[in-house]
Design a protein around this ligand. Structure first.
Ligand SMILES: O=C(O)CCC(=O)C(=O)O
Ligand SMILES: [Fe+2]
Length: 315
Protein backbone atom coordinates (compact mmCIF):
# COMPACT_ATOMS: atom_id res chain seq x y z
CA UNK A 1 0.00 0.00 0.00
CA UNK A 2 0.98 3.63 -0.60
CA UNK A 3 2.18 6.23 1.95
CA UNK A 4 -0.65 7.54 4.08
CA UNK A 5 -0.19 11.14 2.89
CA UNK A 6 -0.60 10.05 -0.75
CA UNK A 7 -3.70 8.08 0.11
CA UNK A 8 -5.12 11.01 2.08
CA UNK A 9 -4.58 13.42 -0.82
CA UNK A 10 -6.42 11.12 -3.22
CA UNK A 11 -9.16 10.55 -0.66
CA UNK A 12 -9.61 14.32 -0.35
CA UNK A 13 -10.00 14.72 -4.07
CA UNK A 14 -12.68 11.98 -4.16
CA UNK A 15 -14.48 13.35 -1.11
CA UNK A 16 -14.70 16.83 -2.63
CA UNK A 17 -16.28 15.53 -5.83
CA UNK A 18 -18.63 12.54 -5.70
CA UNK A 19 -17.78 11.14 -2.28
CA UNK A 20 -17.47 7.72 -3.96
CA UNK A 21 -14.16 5.94 -4.59
CA UNK A 22 -12.65 2.49 -5.02
CA UNK A 23 -10.21 1.10 -2.47
CA UNK A 24 -7.68 -1.44 -3.74
CA UNK A 25 -4.55 -3.00 -2.17
CA UNK A 26 -6.48 -3.06 1.10
CA UNK A 27 -4.99 -6.30 2.37
CA UNK A 28 -8.31 -8.13 2.84
CA UNK A 29 -8.10 -11.56 1.31
CA UNK A 30 -10.33 -12.37 -1.64
CA UNK A 31 -10.78 -15.84 -0.16
CA UNK A 32 -12.55 -14.30 2.83
CA UNK A 33 -14.73 -12.13 0.58
CA UNK A 34 -15.66 -15.14 -1.54
CA UNK A 35 -16.51 -17.15 1.55
CA UNK A 36 -18.76 -14.52 3.02
CA UNK A 37 -20.66 -14.25 -0.28
CA UNK A 38 -21.02 -18.06 -0.36
CA UNK A 39 -22.43 -18.10 3.15
CA UNK A 40 -24.98 -15.46 2.19
CA UNK A 41 -26.01 -17.30 -0.98
CA UNK A 42 -26.73 -20.24 1.30
CA UNK A 43 -28.63 -18.13 3.82
CA UNK A 44 -30.88 -16.44 1.26
CA UNK A 45 -31.58 -19.82 -0.39
CA UNK A 46 -33.18 -21.10 2.86
CA UNK A 47 -36.97 -21.51 2.98
CA UNK A 48 -38.80 -18.31 3.97
CA UNK A 49 -39.81 -19.67 7.40
CA UNK A 50 -36.19 -20.47 8.26
CA UNK A 51 -35.15 -16.91 7.40
CA UNK A 52 -38.03 -15.44 9.37
CA UNK A 53 -36.87 -17.39 12.37
CA UNK A 54 -34.32 -14.59 12.87
CA UNK A 55 -36.58 -11.71 11.83
CA UNK A 56 -35.04 -8.35 12.81
CA UNK A 57 -35.67 -7.64 16.50
CA UNK A 58 -36.14 -4.43 18.48
CA UNK A 59 -32.46 -3.64 17.89
CA UNK A 60 -32.98 -3.93 14.14
CA UNK A 61 -30.65 -6.94 14.10
CA UNK A 62 -31.55 -9.96 12.04
CA UNK A 63 -33.47 -10.63 8.84
CA UNK A 64 -35.39 -7.99 6.89
CA UNK A 65 -37.70 -9.64 4.32
CA UNK A 66 -38.25 -8.59 0.71
CA UNK A 67 -39.69 -5.04 0.48
CA UNK A 68 -39.44 -4.41 4.24
CA UNK A 69 -37.27 -1.37 3.56
CA UNK A 70 -38.30 1.63 1.46
CA UNK A 71 -35.27 3.87 1.09
CA UNK A 72 -37.04 6.60 -0.88
CA UNK A 73 -40.69 6.62 0.22
CA UNK A 74 -41.51 9.76 -1.81
CA UNK A 75 -40.60 8.10 -5.12
CA UNK A 76 -41.36 4.42 -4.58
CA UNK A 77 -44.67 2.66 -5.16
CA UNK A 78 -43.47 -0.46 -3.31
CA UNK A 79 -40.61 -1.43 -1.02
CA UNK A 80 -37.06 -2.13 -2.21
CA UNK A 81 -36.96 -5.38 -4.20
CA UNK A 82 -34.38 -6.85 -1.85
CA UNK A 83 -34.10 -8.85 1.36
CA UNK A 84 -31.30 -8.48 3.86
CA UNK A 85 -29.67 -9.08 7.18
CA UNK A 86 -28.27 -6.72 9.81
CA UNK A 87 -25.41 -7.61 12.12
CA UNK A 88 -23.71 -5.23 14.51
CA UNK A 89 -21.09 -5.20 17.21
CA UNK A 90 -21.87 -8.11 19.53
CA UNK A 91 -23.35 -6.71 22.77
CA UNK A 92 -24.10 -9.26 25.50
CA UNK A 93 -27.63 -9.11 27.01
CA UNK A 94 -26.61 -8.04 30.52
CA UNK A 95 -23.84 -5.60 29.53
CA UNK A 96 -23.98 -1.85 30.32
CA UNK A 97 -24.70 -0.98 26.68
CA UNK A 98 -27.52 -3.49 26.28
CA UNK A 99 -30.23 -0.95 27.12
CA UNK A 100 -29.27 1.30 24.19
CA UNK A 101 -31.36 1.19 21.02
CA UNK A 102 -29.69 -0.83 18.21
CA UNK A 103 -27.43 -2.57 20.75
CA UNK A 104 -27.74 -6.22 21.68
CA UNK A 105 -26.78 -9.71 20.66
CA UNK A 106 -26.75 -10.56 16.97
CA UNK A 107 -29.22 -13.08 15.62
CA UNK A 108 -27.25 -15.70 13.73
CA UNK A 109 -28.66 -18.20 11.24
CA UNK A 110 -29.20 -21.60 12.91
CA UNK A 111 -25.87 -23.37 13.36
CA UNK A 112 -27.22 -26.74 12.28
CA UNK A 113 -28.13 -25.25 8.87
CA UNK A 114 -25.15 -22.92 8.35
CA UNK A 115 -22.39 -24.03 10.72
CA UNK A 116 -19.73 -21.64 9.33
CA UNK A 117 -21.90 -18.57 8.87
CA UNK A 118 -21.08 -16.86 12.15
CA UNK A 119 -17.34 -17.50 12.08
CA UNK A 120 -16.95 -16.27 8.50
CA UNK A 121 -19.15 -13.21 9.08
CA UNK A 122 -17.33 -12.22 12.25
CA UNK A 123 -13.97 -12.50 10.46
CA UNK A 124 -15.25 -10.30 7.64
CA UNK A 125 -16.68 -7.76 10.09
CA UNK A 126 -13.36 -7.57 11.96
CA UNK A 127 -11.40 -7.11 8.72
CA UNK A 128 -13.68 -4.30 7.52
CA UNK A 129 -13.59 -2.61 10.88
CA UNK A 130 -9.77 -2.53 10.77
CA UNK A 131 -9.80 -1.14 7.22
CA UNK A 132 -12.34 1.49 8.28
CA UNK A 133 -10.08 2.71 11.07
CA UNK A 134 -7.29 3.15 8.52
CA UNK A 135 -9.62 5.15 6.31
CA UNK A 136 -10.69 7.21 9.31
CA UNK A 137 -7.08 8.38 9.71
CA UNK A 138 -6.85 9.17 6.00
CA UNK A 139 -10.05 11.23 6.22
CA UNK A 140 -8.71 13.23 9.16
CA UNK A 141 -5.47 13.94 7.31
CA UNK A 142 -7.48 14.85 4.21
CA UNK A 143 -9.21 17.48 6.34
CA UNK A 144 -5.92 18.85 7.74
CA UNK A 145 -6.78 17.46 11.17
CA UNK A 146 -4.63 15.35 13.45
CA UNK A 147 -4.63 11.75 12.15
CA UNK A 148 -6.40 10.52 15.28
CA UNK A 149 -8.96 13.34 15.32
CA UNK A 150 -12.05 11.16 14.77
CA UNK A 151 -10.86 8.26 16.89
CA UNK A 152 -12.56 9.26 20.20
CA UNK A 153 -15.90 9.45 18.41
CA UNK A 154 -15.53 5.79 17.50
CA UNK A 155 -14.87 4.45 20.98
CA UNK A 156 -16.65 2.15 20.56
CA UNK A 157 -17.60 2.18 16.87
CA UNK A 158 -21.06 1.25 15.57
CA UNK A 159 -20.41 -1.09 12.66
CA UNK A 160 -23.35 -2.63 10.78
CA UNK A 161 -22.97 -5.37 8.22
CA UNK A 162 -25.77 -5.69 5.71
CA UNK A 163 -25.73 -8.70 3.36
CA UNK A 164 -28.37 -8.19 0.66
CA UNK A 165 -30.07 -10.21 -2.06
CA UNK A 166 -31.86 -8.32 -4.81
CA UNK A 167 -34.63 -10.19 -6.60
CA UNK A 168 -34.28 -11.00 -10.30
CA UNK A 169 -36.75 -8.30 -11.14
CA UNK A 170 -36.22 -5.35 -13.47
CA UNK A 171 -36.38 -2.01 -11.74
CA UNK A 172 -38.77 0.48 -13.33
CA UNK A 173 -37.86 3.97 -12.16
CA UNK A 174 -40.84 5.61 -13.86
CA UNK A 175 -43.14 3.16 -12.04
CA UNK A 176 -41.45 3.67 -8.70
CA UNK A 177 -39.91 0.18 -8.58
CA UNK A 178 -36.28 0.01 -7.41
CA UNK A 179 -33.84 -2.56 -6.12
CA UNK A 180 -32.98 0.12 -3.58
CA UNK A 181 -34.59 3.56 -3.65
CA UNK A 182 -32.44 6.68 -3.86
CA UNK A 183 -30.78 7.54 -0.56
CA UNK A 184 -27.61 8.74 1.04
CA UNK A 185 -25.99 6.57 3.70
CA UNK A 186 -26.44 7.70 7.26
CA UNK A 187 -23.13 7.33 9.01
CA UNK A 188 -19.45 8.01 8.43
CA UNK A 189 -18.30 5.58 5.77
CA UNK A 190 -19.71 2.69 3.78
CA UNK A 191 -17.56 -0.12 2.38
CA UNK A 192 -19.47 -2.02 -0.26
CA UNK A 193 -18.80 -5.27 -2.13
CA UNK A 194 -21.12 -6.47 -4.84
CA UNK A 195 -21.15 -9.46 -7.15
CA UNK A 196 -20.65 -8.81 -10.86
CA UNK A 197 -24.28 -7.85 -11.51
CA UNK A 198 -24.47 -4.10 -12.21
CA UNK A 199 -27.09 -1.91 -10.57
CA UNK A 200 -25.53 0.72 -8.33
CA UNK A 201 -25.97 4.26 -9.62
CA UNK A 202 -24.93 7.61 -8.15
CA UNK A 203 -26.17 11.12 -8.75
CA UNK A 204 -23.38 13.55 -7.82
CA UNK A 205 -25.29 16.69 -8.82
CA UNK A 206 -28.72 17.43 -7.32
CA UNK A 207 -31.24 17.07 -10.14
CA UNK A 208 -28.48 15.77 -12.44
CA UNK A 209 -28.21 12.43 -14.15
CA UNK A 210 -27.53 9.00 -12.68
CA UNK A 211 -24.14 7.38 -13.31
CA UNK A 212 -23.45 3.67 -12.99
CA UNK A 213 -20.79 2.55 -10.50
CA UNK A 214 -19.36 -0.62 -12.00
CA UNK A 215 -18.25 -3.43 -9.71
CA UNK A 216 -14.46 -3.83 -9.85
CA UNK A 217 -12.99 -7.22 -8.96
CA UNK A 218 -11.04 -7.06 -5.72
CA UNK A 219 -12.03 -3.46 -4.91
CA UNK A 220 -14.28 -2.02 -2.24
CA UNK A 221 -16.63 0.74 -3.29
CA UNK A 222 -16.35 3.33 -0.53
CA UNK A 223 -18.71 6.23 -0.01
CA UNK A 224 -19.22 8.88 2.62
CA UNK A 225 -22.30 9.13 4.79
CA UNK A 226 -24.40 11.97 6.13
CA UNK A 227 -22.54 12.27 9.43
CA UNK A 228 -19.29 13.12 7.69
CA UNK A 229 -21.15 15.58 5.49
CA UNK A 230 -22.52 17.20 8.64
CA UNK A 231 -19.12 17.25 10.34
CA UNK A 232 -17.59 18.92 7.29
CA UNK A 233 -20.53 21.29 6.73
CA UNK A 234 -21.08 19.86 3.27
CA UNK A 235 -17.44 20.04 2.14
CA UNK A 236 -17.24 16.23 1.92
CA UNK A 237 -20.23 14.82 0.14
CA UNK A 238 -22.74 12.16 1.08
CA UNK A 239 -23.96 11.40 -2.40
CA UNK A 240 -27.37 10.13 -3.39
CA UNK A 241 -27.33 6.60 -4.81
CA UNK A 242 -29.76 3.83 -5.70
CA UNK A 243 -29.86 0.34 -7.14
CA UNK A 244 -31.64 -0.44 -10.41
CA UNK A 245 -31.54 -4.13 -11.21
CA UNK A 246 -31.74 -5.53 -14.74
CA UNK A 247 -33.98 -8.42 -13.74
CA UNK A 248 -32.05 -11.19 -15.49
CA UNK A 249 -30.68 -12.71 -12.25
CA UNK A 250 -30.42 -12.18 -8.53
CA UNK A 251 -27.87 -9.64 -7.33
CA UNK A 252 -25.91 -10.03 -4.10
CA UNK A 253 -24.09 -7.29 -2.27
CA UNK A 254 -22.72 -6.70 1.21
CA UNK A 255 -22.68 -3.20 2.64
CA UNK A 256 -20.66 -2.37 5.73
CA UNK A 257 -21.62 0.81 7.54
CA UNK A 258 -18.99 2.32 9.83
CA UNK A 259 -20.65 4.74 12.19
CA UNK A 260 -19.61 6.65 15.34
CA UNK A 261 -20.36 5.59 18.90
CA UNK A 262 -24.04 5.86 19.79
CA UNK A 263 -23.62 8.94 21.99
CA UNK A 264 -20.97 10.67 19.82
CA UNK A 265 -21.82 14.28 19.05
CA UNK A 266 -21.81 15.13 15.36
CA UNK A 267 -21.56 18.85 14.66
CA UNK A 268 -19.73 21.16 12.32
CA UNK A 269 -15.93 20.96 12.67
CA UNK A 270 -14.51 24.36 13.75
CA UNK A 271 -12.35 24.34 10.60
CA UNK A 272 -15.42 23.89 8.38
CA UNK A 273 -17.59 26.78 9.50
CA UNK A 274 -17.12 30.51 9.93
CA UNK A 275 -19.16 33.71 9.95
CA UNK A 276 -19.34 33.57 6.20
CA UNK A 277 -19.96 29.80 6.15
CA UNK A 278 -22.42 29.16 8.98
CA UNK A 279 -23.23 25.60 10.01
CA UNK A 280 -25.84 24.11 7.67
CA UNK A 281 -26.92 21.35 10.04
CA UNK A 282 -27.84 21.48 13.73
CA UNK A 283 -25.73 19.33 16.06
CA UNK A 284 -26.96 15.78 16.56
CA UNK A 285 -25.70 12.52 17.98
CA UNK A 286 -24.86 9.42 16.01
CA UNK A 287 -27.60 7.40 17.72
CA UNK A 288 -30.27 10.03 17.35
CA UNK A 289 -29.54 10.49 13.67
CA UNK A 290 -29.48 6.76 12.91
CA UNK A 291 -32.72 6.08 14.75
CA UNK A 292 -34.50 8.83 12.88
CA UNK A 293 -33.40 7.44 9.53
CA UNK A 294 -34.26 3.84 10.43
CA UNK A 295 -37.70 4.87 11.64
CA UNK A 296 -38.35 6.58 8.30
CA UNK A 297 -37.33 3.64 6.10
CA UNK A 298 -37.91 0.31 7.91
CA UNK A 299 -41.53 -0.82 8.28
CA UNK A 300 -40.44 -3.50 10.74
CA UNK A 301 -38.56 -1.16 13.05
CA UNK A 302 -40.17 0.63 15.98
CA UNK A 303 -37.81 3.34 17.23
CA UNK A 304 -39.69 3.57 20.54
CA UNK A 305 -39.81 -0.18 21.19
CA UNK A 306 -36.80 -0.39 23.46
CA UNK A 307 -37.17 0.85 27.03
CA UNK A 308 -40.04 3.06 25.89
CA UNK A 309 -37.26 5.53 25.16
CA UNK A 310 -37.95 7.14 21.81
CA UNK A 311 -35.06 9.16 20.51
CA UNK A 312 -32.12 9.65 22.89
CA UNK A 313 -30.16 12.80 23.49
CA UNK A 314 -33.20 14.83 22.47
CA UNK A 315 -33.00 18.49 21.53
O1 LIG B 1 -26.31 -3.01 -3.07
C1 LIG B 1 -25.74 -1.97 -3.42
O2 LIG B 1 -25.02 -1.92 -4.43
C2 LIG B 1 -25.91 -0.69 -2.62
C3 LIG B 1 -26.60 -0.87 -1.31
C4 LIG B 1 -26.75 0.42 -0.56
O3 LIG B 1 -26.62 1.49 -1.09
C5 LIG B 1 -27.06 0.40 0.88
O4 LIG B 1 -27.36 -0.68 1.41
O5 LIG B 1 -26.99 1.47 1.50
FE1 LIG C 1 -26.43 3.05 0.40
Amino acid sequence: SEPEATVAARVREACLSSGFFYVVNHGISEALVTEVFEQNHAFFALPAEQKRYILADCNNRGYTPMAEETLDPANQREGDTKEGLYFGREVAPGSPEAHLPLHGPNQWPPEDLLPRYREVTEAYLAALLALSFRLLRALAIALDLAPEHFRPYFDPPSPFLRPLRYAARASAPEQGVFGAGAHSDYGMLTLLRTDDAPGLQVRPEPGGSWHPVAPRPGAFIVNLGDMLERWTNGLFRSTLHRVCTAGDRDRYSIAFFFDPAFSARVECLPTCCSDTRPAKFPPTTSGEYLLGRYAATHSGYDAGAKGGGGLPGGQ
